[in-house]
Every structure is written in structure tokens, then in C-alpha cells.
Design a binder for this molecule. Structure first.
Ligand code: AMP
Length: 617
């Protein structure tokens, strides 16, 4: 099992190479490296001194992307074409987001299904992967501009609570941006590494990482032994942060002025919000803030500010308590506390966290940069530059199985440490389906036909059930010798099948390298193909469901309604044949819009029928 570095210019395998660390944040993103001369991690800065790149993408009328500060400037005048917080959409379906969908000023496709969300700008649809890749591409260009060398490899951070799909989406975004993503690491792990915690091979520690940003809060409890970080628990609130402090201040000022209290004047509200943020920042170092808004003086002093934000801080401590409970630990087991995120600059936050854990917290590094700095430290370790660090055996290529449409579904991503295990649930496509073929592949391409087949077997004897009902759990277990054991089990009936393979068998380093190079070269076409296959699968399911619906409920529908539905079905069918992903999505959307009211009517009728003769009270 080898660790492979490839030089994309010469194509040669090399162990030492500069790899960047990237913090792909909800609000801001940034890149860091370990300086070869000083061996210290630093955030990369443009000549303007700024390291943070707002995680915002604006699309102009021609569909050309603009990223960062330039995009942020368009938030007010072109909100529907300026996408912020794309990270919140990663790996999410509309159903996951519906509660918060109204908060986004751009259009999220609300087809009310379990499929992954897309953002619509004009006639184009963007997946969160594509949006994140625009940000990563900008970061890559910035790094290349600053370092004056090509940058092709990165370590990217994600929140500890990200699931497999969200991690895979982040990997794909990197790939699409032309980056070889050597590893995805947890943000709290990165923050600990930035402080040098866990870098020594024989270290054992329990760490709490408190991360309060602009719009999100989370706390993670980590345990490190021998260079291996384990997340014991994580807790938080994905809608709690510095923005809430700004809102509390602005509301306080509004409440103190009769005219402002009920104002709907957008520009006044915006001015209040901006002044509130300025006040908050100033109060981190001063006792009193004053400014003038619309000819009126507004004031806030530190003690009043503390009172306003006290409930918010209390909520974060509740999360800390919960995280400790989930980890089965008490406060005395925590050896170190690390502060992350711009809002931890607020003195009250620091004080409360300090007294909660009864410990001086780590706040020496810039809390906006600490995650990226840690990613750079991890990158440096992977590059083999840090000899103190224990090097782990890793899987050189991703391992996964074939799913609908010939797509590769990765269970163990490349560069995962071994031993390792992973599992995922699948289901059947057809009513009464009694068998399922499990094909195991290795490689980085999105379609299995471009990867290497390792093994295949049939899980048979699944009892007859409607499509979608059986639960087939596929598990991958890779042991310390690199032997992969794949098993599939139908959970309702217990039928099971297992196979063993040696993924590295007959594969040279040169072949591994070629597979990696191919995946980078074909990233765009691969991801486009995957998107097309997914859109087609979704469209096909929509057609099947509508067809079933029409034949079952034709008595509920007017002939004109049936005709309208049929005409949209035909349009969707020809869209599928055109292989135009955007058109397929648009027509799926339209068919859904047309048929949804009918489905609701049938539901209502069924409900009335069921209630007939029953007293409600
Ligand atoms: P992040 O998401 O980690 O970039 O954090 C950004 C949040 O930190 C925003 O809500 C900022 O208003 C807040 N922030 C930045 N600087 C300060 C400061 N000096 N004092 C208080 N909050 C700050």
C-alpha cells in the first residue's frame, strides 16, 4: 500500500511536493501552505493583504462566473444570480432544506423530491458541486498567482458532521476545479493540527474544538492517539453565529426609535445591519461604539452588547454540554480547547468558554485562518516533509460499487487510512426483484466502465417486495494487509453474500499513477456525464410514477388534464433522448409542476373518504 505523489507537469511519481491546504467555508474560504523555509503554516495573501475569499459566486448574463469580493458586491443588485452559502447545499435534497429555502435569495429548484438540489440562474442549473468548484478554482488560481507555481494538489476541510455524500461532493468539486484532492479532513482536526496538537507520533489527548463563525456553530470532541484523530462527538446549530449577534444589535436599535421600529426601508435596514456588525467588531477591543445613521446617533456599550448576546452564547454552551455527554466524558477529561471562527473574537464568548471548560483556550492564531493553516500542516505531512509524524498506510485508489446508469459509487475514497470499513444502503428498482448484482470497482472515474473491475457477485433470494422496499446493506472492510472483504445483506430477510479480493493485485505504481492522471484529465466530462446520468434516472422515475398515477387515478382527472400531462410526458421523453441535462431537468420540473396539483387532489379525496363517518372529536 503506497502513498503516491504525482507531478502533473512531468508525470513522474514523487514524494515531496508542495500541497496546499484549503478551508472551503460557508462564508469565506482561504488557502494556506507550510513555508518551505520557516516550516510555519501561513495563509496566502494577495497584495491587498486579504487572505479570505468570500464563498460567493455570481453569474453574469452570459453565464460567466465571478468569485469572491467581486461577487459579494453583486449581492444587493443581482441577488438572484449571486450564490452564497453553497456549502449549505452540498449533498442535500430539497426536502432537507425546505425549512430554510425561503432564506436564500436565489432560486433553489423546489421539485419537492429527495433528489439533490440544484440552483437555477436563468436557463442554467448548477449543482452545489459545480458552485463549490468555482470557488476552489478561484482559490487555485490565487495560490498559483501568489506562489508563482502550478498548484494541483490539495487537502480540503469539511465540518466533522458532514456525511459520506457531502464529503464525496467536496471531493468532486475539487476534482472539477482541477485539483487532486489528497485528503478530506475534518475542520476541528485541522484546527488542532494548526496548534501542533496531534502532530507527535506518541501523543494522546482529548480536545474540544469550539467553532463559532458567521452563520454556523459547532463543537467537536476529538481524541488523538498515535497521530490518528477520532471524532468522539459533535454538536451544534447550523443556523447560529455572528450574523445573529448583528441582528440582535440592529433589532435593539430599531426598538429604541419609533420611526425605525416598523420601517420596511430596505436600505435603512441594510445600513443598520452593517453598523451593527461594525459595532460588534469594535466592541471586541473597545468599551463603547457610536455612529450616526440617517442623522441620528446610535450607541452601544460593551456591557449592553454582552446582555444582548448572552442567550446566544448560552445556547453554544448547551451544545458543549451535549457534546460531552454524547462522548461519555466529563469536563475534566478535556486536555485542550481550541477556538475557531471569527466570532470567537468576542470577549464574552472567550470568557464563557474559558470558564465552562475551566481552562485557558487556544486563541493565539487568527481564528479565521486556523482551519486552513491546519489543512496546510496536514498537506505538509502528506508531502512527507514532516518526519515527526507517523505515516499511515493508505488506499491508493478509491473503492466502490456500480449503481444505476453505470455510475461509480465510492465507499472507501482513495488515501483513506487502512484498516478501514464503510457501508451504505441500496434498494431494488423493480417490483418483486429477487436478486441484486454487486460489482466492485477501483478507480477515480465517475463511470465504472473507465475503472478497474475487482469482483462481482449476485445477492439472491431477496423475498418479493415492491421496488424501493428492500434494504441491502453493502459493506466494505479493508484489513491491515489490504485485503478487501465485500458483503451484501438484505436487512429485512437477512440473506447475505460475501466476497474477498486483493485490490492491489497486479497493479503497478505506474498504473495507479495513470489512473489518477486520467481522472484529472477527464474530470469535467466525467462530472457532466454523471450529472446527465443522474438527471436521466430522475426523469425516468418521474415518468414511471406519472404513468402509474395516470392509470390508477384516471377517474379523478378531466380528459384535458390527462392530455396536458401526457404532452409533458412526451416532452420529457424527447428531452431524455436529446441527452441535454438542463433540458431534462427543466422538463422534469415542468411535468412535476403540472402533475403535483392532481396528486394533491387525489390525496385530499382519499383523506375525505377515510374520514367519512368518523367523528373527529
Ligand atoms: P467566519 O465565518 O469564521 O469567517 O466568521 C465570520 C464572523 O466573525 C462574522 O460574523 C464576523 O462579523 C465575525 N467577526 C469578524 N471579526 C470580528 C471581531 N473582531 N469581533 C467580533 N466578531 C468578528
Amino acid at each position: 500500500m503506497a502513498k503516491v505523489g504525482i507531478n502533473l507537469v512531468t508525470g513522474s511519481i514523487q514524494q515531496k511536493d508542495s500541497i496546499v491546504g484549503i478551508d472551503l467555508g460557508t462564508t469565506n474560504s482561504l488557502v494556506a501552505i507550510v513555508r518551505p523555509d520557516t516550516r510555519q503554516p501561513i495563509a496566502l495573501r494577495e497584495t491587498d493583504g486579504l487572505a479570505l475569499v468570500p464563498s460567493i459566486v455570481h453569474f453574469d448574463a452570459y453565464g460567466n462566473p465571478l468569485v469572491g469580493n467581486a461577487a459579494r458586491d453583486r449581492l444587493t443588485d443581482a441577488p438572484e444570480r449571486t450564490i452564497y452559502s453553497a456549502k449549505r447545499l452540498m449533498g442535500k435534497s430539497y426536502n432537507d432544506l425546505s425549512e430554510h429555502a425561503a432564506q436564500f435569495s436565489y432560486k433553489i429548484i423546489d421539485d419537492n423530491t429527495d433528489s439533490l438540489v440544484k440552483v437555477q440562474v436563468d436557463d442554467r442549473f448548477f449543482t452545489p458541486i459545480e458552485l463549490s468548484s468555482e470557488i476552489l478554482r478561484e482559490l487555485k488560481h490565487r495560490a498559483e498567482h501568489i506562489l508563482k507555481t502550478p498548484v494541483s494538489k490539495a487537502v480540503i476541510t469539511v465540518p466533522a458532521y458532514f456525511n459520506d455524500a457531502q464529503r464525496q461532493a467536496t471531493r468532486d468539486a475539487g476534482k472539477l476545479a482541477g485539483l487532486d484532492v489528497l485528503r478530506i479532513i475534518n475542520e476541528p482536526t485541522a484546527a488542532s493540527l494548526a496548534y501542533g496538537l496531534g502532530v507527535k507520533a506518541d501523543e494522546e489527548k482529548t480536545i474540544a474544538v469550539y467553532d463559532l463563525g458567521g452563520g454556523t456553530f459547532d463543537v467537536s470532541i476529538l481524541h488523538i492517539t498515535n497521530g490518528i484523530f477520532e471524532v468522539l462527538s459533535t454538536h451544534g446549530d447550523t443556523y447560529l453565529g455572528g450574523d445573529d449577534m448583528d441582528r440582535a444589535i440592529a433589532n435593539h436599535w430599531r426598538a429604541s426609535d419609533d420611526e425605525w421600529r416598523n420601517t420596511e426601508d430596505k436600505s435603512l435596514l441594510q445600513r443598520l445591519r452593517l453598523a451593527a456588525e461594525e459595532a460588534k467588531k469594535q466592541l471586541s477591543t473597545q468599551d463603547r461604539f457610536t455612529t450616526e445613521i440617517n442623522g441620528r446617533e446610535v450607541v452601544l456599550d460593551r456591557s449592553h452588547f454582552n446582555k444582548l448576546i448572552e442567550p446566544l452564547v448560552a445556547r453554544t454552551l448547551d451544545s458543549c454540554r451535549q457534546a460531552l455527554r454524547d462522548a461519555g466524558l466529563d469536563i475534566h477529561s478535556i486536555d485542550e480547547v481550541v477556538m475557531v471562527g471569527g466570532s470567537t473574537r468576542v470577549p464574552l464568548v472567550k470568557e464563557r468558554v474559558q470558564s465552562f471548560f475551566g481552562k485557558k483556550v487556544h486563541d493565539e492564531l487568527n481564528p479565521d485562518e486556523v482551519v486552513a493553516l491546519g489543512a496546510a500542516v496536514q498537506a505538509d505531512i502528506l508531502a512527507g516533509n514532516n518526519t515527526d509524524m507517523l505515516l499511515l498506510d493508505v488506499t491508493p485508489l478509491s473503492l466502490g460499487i456500480e449503481t444505476m446508469g453505470g455510475l461509480m459509487d465510492v465507499l472507501i475514497p482513495r488515501n483513506s487510512k487502512i484498516p478501514n470499513k464503510a457501508g451504505r444502503q441500496y434498494t431494488t428498482q423493480k417490483d418483486g426483484q429477487s436478486g441484486m448484482r454487486i460489482s466492485v470497482f477501483q478507480g477515480e472515474r465517475d463511470l465504472v466502465q473507465d475503472n478497474r473491475k475487482l469482483a462481482e457477485f449476485n445477492l439472491t433470494g431477496i423475498p418479493a417486495m415492491p421496488a424501493g422496499l428492500p434494504k441491502v446493506e453493502v459493506s466494505f472492510l479493508i484489513d491491515a494487509d489490504g485485503i478487501l472483504k465485500v458483503s451484501a445483506k438484505e436487512l429485512r430477510s437477512g440473506v447475505e453474500q460475501t466476497i474477498e479480493v486483493k485490490p492491489q493485485y497486479g497493479l503497478t505504481d505506474q498504473e495507479v499513477e495513470k489512473m489518477l492522471m486520467d481522472s484529472l484529465q477527464h474530470a469535467r466530462t466525467d462530472i457532466e456525464l454523471r450529472a446527465l446520468v443522474e438527471a436521466t434516472t430522475e426523469a425516468q422515475q418521474m415518468l414511471d410514477t406519472t404513468e402509474k398515477f395516470l392509470s390508477k387515478h384516471k377517474d379523478f382527472l378531466e380528459p384535458a388534464e390527462i392530455e396536458l400531462t401526457r404532452s409533458h410526458m412526451a416532452k420529457l421523453q424527447s428531452a431524455i433522448e436529446s441527452k441535454d441535462k438542463d433540458l431534462i431537468q427543466k422538463e422534469t420540473e415542468r411535468l412535476n409542476d403540472v402533475s403535483r396539483p392532481y396528486a394533491e387532489r387525489v390525496m385530499d379525496a382519499a383523506l375525505k373518504e377515510a374520514m367519512k363517518g368518523k367523528k373527529i372529536m
